[in-house]
Ligand binder design. Structure first.
Ligand code: ADP
Length: 512
């Protein structure tokens, strides 16, 4: 998980989804990976500037794997990156800076929301009903050359702002530099804001982000935890950092794999002498998250759950997304004495609305199937050939020699880009790129996500036939009565170019 939420990995994962579903994945600022995409970044910015000379963007540069605002700075022009020397020192992400955040008391703030990934397969996601809002300590102004370096104005990190003389430690959840998110929602609601809509946008952002992260996570998981044996029960509490824009649209800033669970802060008694003081706001939010996580992961819970589900069925489900699914359910077990459940299940609860987005997940399943030796995360040339053969993807216009060239070309390019050099072969991202390429040439006339979905259907169909064949092996007769998936317009095109099609060769999104 730590690998998955690094800034570069997250940006790549969201970008793949954005290429497939541009409308659904516009909640993450457009990002470029440095140093690899510096030229692309500079060229795209220049292109938009040429078209609109009044466009004066700001970008934020964040070192990969950094945290607590470490090494982050704002720039107005791509050339400023070179001046700062980041290119040489550390890989980083540069992304559009959200210039118009929602302000409260003239201050920028962000939201830390806790999300429990209870299980990967089947996917189970819970969201905490309350989170933290962390405030800047200097009144916000849109970025200009004079205030670009004012960290207390632009960065909401607690670890930075706590050093400001303006930082207010408050025991009240609705004042001070750290407040509960529910207190912010209350305030917005009193101003007439539709907070149900804000909340459901946040839920959808969380589910979509997890959907973007799980494919590669599954590859990591299978390499560590062998199948067929009862494995450990893994779960993870994630910290989502979200910024609300002035128009109330939530934007994802980053995901933390190890969010701080501290419920106290340091108080300086005299110069250099500190004592730990309980922080009631942290306590209110975090204790509930930990308690509910333990309760949900409790192995004995299943028994009680089935009882409570029966009761739940009897109760009328409320529409308000903030309502806990279990709230209001009369409970006879001793846990009923505890405050109401704070973690709300959102997946599979809303699976129907989001399952169509899980295309990369299905590609990852194919990838894992052909990995071969357990413990690896990269596909060898034989595995890739077997994938092509078993899924019947080669044809007169795609020879096995062309398949080998495709493999070598894409694998080599990704190997030079990825940080993980542990073993050689085709990583999941390279496989996805190859898959996009194959889908594009086979189903030319369709939009990208339909091309990909059609190819996945086709692969799954041939593999299921193969599985059936293996099952009935020894028995006589033909294989099942299955019919192939509906195949839209198929087309052929010349074999893959040796220099490799441009990554995701459909039109790249441009800077808005
Ligand atoms: P870190 O892991 O170092 O905390 P973040 O990605 O969370 O890095 O960024 C630190 C802070 O910078 C955020 O809390 C937020 O206040 C601000 N920030 C980050 N990205 C953006 C952005 N694209 N637009 C506006 N502010 C941002």
């Amino acid at each position: 998980m730590t690998e998955m939420v690094r800034k570069i990995t997250l940006s790549r994962a969201v970008r793949i989804m954005r290429n497939l579903f541009p409308e659904e994945y516009n909640f993450y600022p457009r990002s470029w990976i440095l140093p690899d995409e510096f030229q692309l970044f500079a060229a795209q910015v220049q292109m938009v500037k040429d078209g609109d000379p009044s466009w004066k963007p700001t970008f934020i540069v964040k070192p990969d794997g950094g945290c607590q605002g470490d090494g982050i700075y704002l720039i107005k022009d791509p050339s400023d990156i070179r001046l700062a020397g980041t290119l040489q020192s550390r890989p980083a992400v540069v992304q559009e800076y959200i210039c118009k955040p929602l302000l409260i008391d003239k201050l920028k703030f962000d939201i830390r929301l806790y999300v429990l990934l209870k299980s990967l397969d089947p996917l189970e996601i819970y969201i905490a009903k309350d989170g933290l809002s962390r405030f800047c300590t200097e009144p916000y102004q849109e970025p200009n050359s004079r205030n670009l370096h004012h960290v207390f104005m632009h960065l909401t990190n607690y670890s930075l702002n706590v050093h400001s003389s303006n930082f207010i430690h408050s025991d009240n959840a609705s004042t001070g530099s750290k407040r509960t998110f529910s207190s912010i929602l209350c305030r917005l609601s009193s101003k007439g804001v539709d907070i149900k809509k804000v909340w459901s946008d946040i839920i959808s952002l969380v589910i979509k982000t997890v959907i973007a992260l799980t494919p590669e996570l599954k590859v990591f998981y299978q390499s560590d935890i062998p199948t067929g044996r009862p494995g450990p029960t893994c779960f993870q509490i994630l910290g989502f950092d979200i910024l609300l824009m002035k128009n109330l649209k939530p934007m994802l800033l980053e995901v933390n794999a190890n969010p701080s669970m501290r419920i106290e802060h340091e108080h300086e008694l005299s110069p250099g002498v500190f004592e730990n003081v309980p922080s009631l706001v942290d306590e209110e939010v975090k204790v509930a998250v930990i308690r509910d996580t333990l309760r949900l992961m409790d192995p004995l819970r299943k028994k009680r759950e089935s009882q409570s589900q029966q009761l739940e069925k009897a109760s009328v489900e409320k529409e308000d997304p903030l309502d806990s699914e279990l709230a209001g359910v009369p409970d006879t077990n001793p846990e009923a004495q505890l405050p109401s459940i704070c973690l709300k299940q959102v997946f599979p609860k809303y699976a129907k609305q989001f399952n169509y987005l899980r295309l990369v997940d299905r590609m990852a399943n194919l990838f894992i199937r052909f990995l071969g030796i357990k413990g690896t995360m990269k596909l060898g040339p034989t595995g890739f050939r077997t994938f092509i053969r078993n899924c019947r993807l080669s044809s007169s216009s795609l020879s096995m020699a062309a398949v080998d060239i495709l493999y070598i070309d894409i694998t080599r390019r990704w190997s030079s880009m990825t940080l993980d050099q542990r073993d050689s072969g085709m990583c999941l991202q390279a496989f996805i790129e190859a898959f996009f390429f194959l889908a594009q040439r086979k189903f030319k006339m369709l939009p990208l996500h339909e091309q990909v979905a059609s190819l996945i259907d086709l692969c799954e169909y041939h593999l299921s036939l193969l599985d059936e064949k293996r099952l009935v092996c020894g028995r006589s007769g033909t294989v099942g009565g299955r019919s192939p998936p509906h195949l839209p317009h198929q087309d052929t095109c010349p074999p893959p170019c040796a220099n490799g099609a441009d990554k995701f060769s459909h039109p790249r999104p441009t800077v808005p």
